[in-house]
Design a protein around this ligand. Structure first.
Ligand SMILES: NC(=O)C1=CN([C@@H]2O[C@H](COP(=O)(O)OP(=O)(O)OC[C@H]3O[C@@H](n4cnc5c(N)ncnc54)[C@H](O)[C@@H]3O)[C@@H](O)[C@H]2O)C=CC1
Ligand SMILES: O=C(O)[C@H]1O[C@H](OP(=O)(O)OP(=O)(O)OC[C@H]2O[C@@H](n3ccc(=O)[nH]c3=O)[C@H](O)[C@@H]2O)[C@H](O)[C@@H](O)[C@@H]1O
Length: 437
């Protein structure tokens, strides 16, 4: 099939590449000319495991193509995916200007039947709005489908190629059949294509993300409570997670959820509720708790250093909002670093992939190191913000020797308490017993 993808960011690039991988001919459109040129030259503009191999293969086979011309994109595909940003607006709602702006162009530029597929995360009722905007100028038939994307950064290729489910929201039999045909190669593992109305599909996406954010936040509260009463959240997590109704995943406490989606999507659903006079009280609490959780290590750091953080030097391991990505959008590490900088501390950081992105934002304030151990030179303490595999089994001898204050503050509970205690290192983590040497 001929496919166009409008917006070649994270979702657009993964969508385009994976659809080319199953034999479709794909044109990806982006307004960022520099990015388009890089992709044409064979460069993958994001760090995403395994994407480079698929990208390279399909680019060389000429099944994957890039352009800055929206007109070309809109003429090309019989199915047109919208993978455009829906960022947080000033009032917390989803900014639909990218999606509706392109919809306006679609109405003016299509001349034969097209299926317009919304892959962006959008509030309930957006597909109706998109339809209306296109309809204003359209001279041919078209259908609008809501097809939310559930991929996770770091596992995006696997999630796209072997999805647990595909949600298709549409009332058009013709569009549903085309979408089923397109997705047939991806459902070989028996996972379902779930067809529903557009509004339910749109809400499924927000409900899934908000539920997962709530699950994490609930565990963060349990962890905070564990500290007050002397329980160990690791034990509680394992005890709870074995109940199949609860499940083991997304129960890991830490310094809050971040990323380009959970924070904005929880806020957008909350705001959408307000618009119809519905108060999502649970989401109010999730937003509030998560905001505080990002700096939950700060009081522990302050107490350890008797509230004298001026000129203290901190080594920070991990900047990305989670491992296996270079994405720093809403990364908890950056919130904690901001607070430490405000108190006059100095930061030397290492992240396997995200340092370039952070350097662009914090060019004058953070020093970056070539290796995790280099950050420790002259540092008073080590702070861990992202659970990259490389941080899981460090040479504790080296860590201890380099740090002047022999203390680790761990926002991701990477180490066994007993192991760190045996090494003679003071250790503060989330929801577990502190080790005070
Ligand atoms: N990043 C993720 O892991 C996931 C994101 N989503 C949703 O997918 C949507 C897109 O997210 P990302 O891919 O992360 O966004 P992104 O910000 O990485 O990429 C968006 C791309 O669209 C381009 N663009 C903007 N206006 C354009 C226009 N008029 N014409 C052509 N290109 C244009 C930008 O230059 C950029 O390359 C959002 O609604 C997001 O919530 C859904 C699932 C996963
Ligand atoms: O809509 C989206 O963009 C995507 O948002 C999330 O994917 P992603 O943001 O890539 O990352 P997650 O793995 O979900 O992690 C999000 C945040 O939660 C945190 N987290 C996750 C799990 C956990 O147990 N504890 C925890 O603190 C992570 O550190 C991270 O900051 C969802 O998992 C995807 O299904 C969805 O498609």
């Amino acid at each position: 099939m001929k496919i166009s993808v409008i917006g070649t960011g994270y979702v657009g690039l993964v969508t385009g590449t994976c659809l080319a991988e199953t034999g479709n001919e794909v044109v990806c459109v982006d307004i960022d000319a520099e990015k388009v040129q890089k992709m044409k030259d064979g460069e993958v503009p994001i760090y995403e495991p395994h994407l480079d191999v698929l990208f390279d293969r399909n680019l060389k086979a000429k099944r994957l193509n890039f352009t800055t011309s929206l007109e070309e994109g809109l003429q090309y595909g019989e199915i047109i995916f919208l993978a455009l940003p829906t960022p947080e607006d000033e009032d917390g709602s989803a900014d639909l200007s990218y999606v509706l702006g392109v919809a306006d162009d679609i109405g003016k530029k299509i001349s034969e039947y097209k299926v317009i597929v919304d892959k962006s995360t959008v509030p309930v009722g957006t597909s109706e709005k998109v339809k209306e905007v296109i309809q204003k100028n359209a001279k041919c038939d078209f259908d609008v489908v809501s097809n939310p994307e559930f991929l996770r950064e770091g596992f995006a290729v696997d999630d796209f190629l072997k999805p647990e489910r595909i949600v298709i929201g549409s009332s058009s039999e013709k569009a549903i059949e085309l979408m089923k045909k397109l997705y047939k190669p991806f459902v070989r593992s028996g996972n379902p294509i779930i067809v529903m109305d557009e509004k339910s599909a749109e809400l499924t996406k927000y409900a899934a993300n908000s539920f997962l954010a709530t699950k994490i936040t609930f565990m963060n509260e349990i962890a905070n409570y564990c500290e007050k009463v002397g329980a160990d959240v690791d034990m509680v997590r394992r005890g709870m997670g074995t109940d199949s109704r609860i499940g083991k995943r997304f129960l890991f406490p830490g310094i809050g959820y971040g990323g380009s989606c959970f924070p904005k999507d929880v806020k957008a659903l909350h705001k959408s509720g307000r618009e119809v006079d519905y108060d999502f009280q649970i989401l109010d609490a999730v937003i509030d708790v998560n905001q505080k959780q990002k700096t939950i290590l700060l009081p522990k750091i302050q107490a350890f250093f008797n509230h004298q953080l001026k000129d203290k030097k901190f080594a920070v391991w991990g900047l990305a909002f989670k491992p296996e990505t270079d994405d720093i959008r809403e990364a908890p590490a950056l919130y904690l670093i901001d607070e430490l900088l405000k108190e006059g501390a100095e930061i030397t950081a290492f992240d396997p992939e995200a340092m370039d992105n952070v350097a662009r934002k914090y060019s004058d304030h953070i020093t970056f190191s070539k290796s995790m151990y280099d950050t420790l030179d002259g540092a008073d303490a080590l702070i861990i913000c992202t659970e990259w595999s490389i941080f899981r089994t460090p040479d504790f001898g080296k860590v201890k020797k380099s740090l002047s204050n022999n203390v680790i503050f761990d926002g991701r509970n990477l180490y066994d308490i007993q192991d760190v205690e045996n090494e003679g290192i003071s250790y503060y983590s989330i929801g577990r017993k502190d080790v005070k040497i």
